[in-house]
Write a protein that binds this ligand. Structure first.
Ligand SMILES: Cc1ncc(COP(=O)(O)O)c(C=O)c1O
Length: 415
């Protein structure tokens, strides 16, 4: 008999991994190997974009870099991150408002792990799958804000801070990916100003996940532009080198917050993390060189804007409903005639392709498997054009159209 494991029995990988294993079992190769079509994957191109900056190929490491890093981040990188925001968005944050993590996820996880018990989270009913796992594992309480066809998958800002039925003690923390994963909906300009104003009211806060900051026609969208007094707020902005700076592999992300909240996070780092790799932080500081970022802003917005546009047009032509906003690198799509995204995916697998099923982004679904749960997003899916080279457009569209036509024909014939 196998001995009882001392670790949790409820720690499956993020939902998408199940799809990736099923893909491998069906196609015989891992998603991402040559000949596969990584439409389910959330990574960007890691080669230079047309008109974009080159990517550093090395970083110098000296004896000082072999010391333990500072718990809150390398001074050079903290400085560069503060400047990244202040230079473009006109904010006045200090390096003490910045805490460096090994990517976006650990920052988000840490914020939620240290929330007080009377802070409740409000999150859209369609969001990035990892949030569901993070909320569950940190034992955070949350309620969903409905994302529906009727509200265009873009509820009003006020919906996140509705206090109906709450007692006076409860504090609200909205979690929003902006631009959104998987919907691409983006709050910017006056709408973002309003969101940040509400989030700075006394009993409110926000964790605004800006992983896709550069993926918008404005060439950069951040709530920091509308924060009046960061040190007196419970505003948390999450950023990373993962998407717009094209470097998921260096594992550098950060949280911007009040000095007090950053101190709590860095205290945690001192006993629970030990800081972040110096070589990675030095590499990140190079990536953030202002002239480089200026070039990246234009190139990311142009390349991904072009891809969003043409994939969207092609999907409409083949009868998919496109519910995508104007940011990010995903399309949020609905199959026609109630076709099912799970079945559609099994059919794509045979062609070496896969999508992310809407079910995985459903923040109201049970974390543990429950066959009786019916997600309202069964006919929805996310298509990622993040890792796609421009030259695969024609074959991507052809595969999608063929599989869709066949599925429709089979359904019509009762097969
Ligand atoms: C919404 C969102 N936030 C944050 C991240 C950050 O990821 P990482 O931990 O790889 O930096 C991602 C990556 O997929 C994301 O989609």
């Amino acid at each position: 008999m196998q001995r009882e494991s001392f670790l949790s029995d409820d720690c499956p990988p993020m939902g998408i991994y199940e799809t990736l294993y099923a893909f491998r079992d069906s196609f015989g190769q891992f998603m991402g190997t040559p000949g596969t079509h990584p439409w389910s994957q959330g990574f960007p191109l890691t080669t230079p974009l047309p008109g974009g900056p080159s990517l550093p190929s090395s970083v110098a490491v000296t004896w000082e870099d072999r010391f333990y890093p500072k718990a809150w981040g390398h001074p050079r990188l903290r400085e560069a991150i503060a400047e990244h925001y202040n230079g473009f968005y006109g904010s006045q944050i200090a390096p003490e408002n910045v805490m460096v993590f090994a990517g976006g996820r650990p920052g988000i996880f840490s914020v939620l792990a240290f929330l007080k018990n009377h802070v409740e989270v409000r999150i859209g009913s369609i969001e990035w799958p990892a949030y569901l796992d993070i909320l569950t594992q940190t034992e955070t309480s949350w309620r969903v804000v409905p994302f529906t066809r009727e509200n265009g998958f873009h509820p009003a800002n006020s919906a996140y801070f509705d206090r109906a039925g709450l007692n006076a003690k409860t504090r609200l923390l909205a979690i929003i990916s902006n631009p959104g994963n998987p919907t691409g909906h983006t709050r910017h300009g006056d709408e973002l100003r309003e969101l940040m104003a509400i989030a700075q009211e006394a009993k409110n806060g926000i964790l605004l996940d800006e992983a896709y900051e550069l993926f918008h026609h404005s060439t950069g969208v951040s709530g920091i532009a509308y924060v009046d007094d960061l040190d007196e707020s419970n505003v948390f902005l999450s950023g990373a080198c993962t998407k717009g700076l094209q470097c998921p592999g260096i594992r550098v992300g950060w949280i911007i917050a009040s000095r007090r909240n950053i101190e709590t996070l860095s205290n945690f780092s001192s006993f629970g993390m030990g800081g972040v790799s110096h070589p990675s932080q030095l590499y990140a500081a190079e990536l953030l060189e202002p002239k480089r970022v200026a070039q990246a802003r234009d190139a990311v917005a142009a390349h991904y804007g072009m891809q969003r546009e043409r994939y969207g047009a092609a999907f409409r032509n083949m009868g998919l409903t496109v519910h995508t906003g104007d940011g990010g690198f995903y399309h949020w799509l609905e199959l026609p005639e109630g076709l099912n995204a799970h079945e559609f995916n099994r059919r794509l697998f045979k062609r070496g392709a896969a999508i992310l099923e809407g079910f995985d982004c459903d923040m109201a679904r049970p974390h543990a498997k429950d066959p009786s749960y019916r997600s309202p997003y069964g006919s929805f899916f996310r298509f990622s054009f993040g890792p796609l080279l421009p030259e695969t457009f024609d074959s991507d569209v052809a595969i999608m159209a063929e599989v869709l036509d066949q599925y429709r024909a089979d359904r019509a014939a009762g097969r």
